[in-house]
Design a protein around this ligand. Sequence first.
Ligand code: FEO
Length: 392
Amino acid sequence: MKEIKNNIYYCGLNDCDRKIFDELIPLEHGTSYNSYLVKGCAKIAVIDTMYPPMTSQYLQNLDADGVTKVDYIIANHGEQDHSGSISALLEKYPDAVVLTNSKVASNIKSMLHVPENKIREVVDGEEISLGDKTLKFIFAPGVHWPDTMFTYIKEDNVIFTCDFLGAHYTFENLFAVESEELEKSAKRYYAEIMMPFRIMCKKYTAMIKGMNVDMIMPSHGPIHNKPEYILNLYEKWTSDKPENLVVMPYVSMYNSTKEMIDYLSEKLEQKGIKTFKFDIVKDDLGDLAMALVDSATIVLGTSMVLANAHPAAVNIAYLASVLRPKAKFGALIGSYGWGGNLFGLIGELLKPLNLDVIEPLTVKGKPSAVEFDRLDDIAVSIFEKHKSSGLL
Ligand code: FEO
C-alpha cells in the first residue's frame, strides 16, 4: 500500500490482462480499479472497493498491509467494478458501515445484496469527520450514473471523483505522467463512458477547476497531482464547438462504398477538411469513439445486406446515437445490389443526434461518373457547412 499524501493510501489493483471493458471497449493498456484508504486520527475509511474477480487479492493485500480496522466504506458509485467487494469487506471488517447516497444505497442493496442495516445514507454536502480529516460528499449525478458522487477531503484539498476524469490505464507509480498514450486512454475512456453526458461533464469540470484541488483521485487510471492536465483535456473535449473534422465509418462488401468514401475523403482533404476513415469491420472501435469526440460531421457509408443497411453499419449508427457526440452535420452514402431501403433504419437510429443531414447518395453497384459528381457536391456542401460554422 503506497502513501499518496498525509495518511491517504492507494490500495487498488492493476488489471493488466483485461482486454475489453463492458464487452464493448477494447483496452490498449488494461485498467486499474482504484481503492483508497484514508486514516484519520479517530476513524479509518476506504473509498471505493474492488472489481469482484479481484476481491481475494484485494483483501490479501489489506491483510499484508496490516489493515485491521475499517470504520467507513465510502461508495461513490454503485457499479460493480467499484462496489462489487463491499460485502466481502463488510465480512472482513464487521464494524464497518457503508456511507453513500440513497441512489447508490438502493443499487447496492438490490444488485449486490449489501445488507440494509450496514448502510448509512448521506445527503449532498454532508461532512463526516475521521478526527483530523473531514470527508465531504458532493453529489454528481450523471457522470456517469445517476448515483455518482464525489468525496472531498477538506484538510488535504483532494477529491475522489470515481469514474469521472479516469482512464483505463495501468500504472506502477501513482501519479499521472503526461504522455500521448495516457491522453489517448483518457480520451477513449471519455468517449465511451462520459461523452453521452457531455453537458454534465462540462459542469463538473468547471466545478472542480473552481475548487483548485491539489489532487484528483479517480477510480480508474493514475492519480492527477497536476489536476489542470486532465481538467484542460476535459474542457477541450466537452466544449460545444467541434473541430474541422469529418469522421467516415464505412462497411463495404464489394469495394463500391469504400471507393466512394475514399473519393469523398480526398475531396474534403483538398478543401482543407481533416477526415478520419474507419473500416467498421476491421478497425478498433475505440479509435472511432475518439474521433467522434471532436468531429463536426459524420459520413456513414454502407453496403446493403438483404433489403437493409449492413448490420455492422446499423450497429455504428446505434452506437453513435447513444454516445451522443457533438457533431452537427451528417451524410449517408452507400451501394446496393437488387434493391431495398438502404438508409431507412440508419436514418431512424441517427435521429436523436439532430444532425443537419445532406441528401443521401445511394448507388446501384459501382459508382459512375454521375455519382462521383454527386460526391463532389457533397464535399462542397460539407465545406460550406464547416465554413459557415467557423470551423475553416
Ligand atoms: Fe468504473 Fe461506472 O464504473
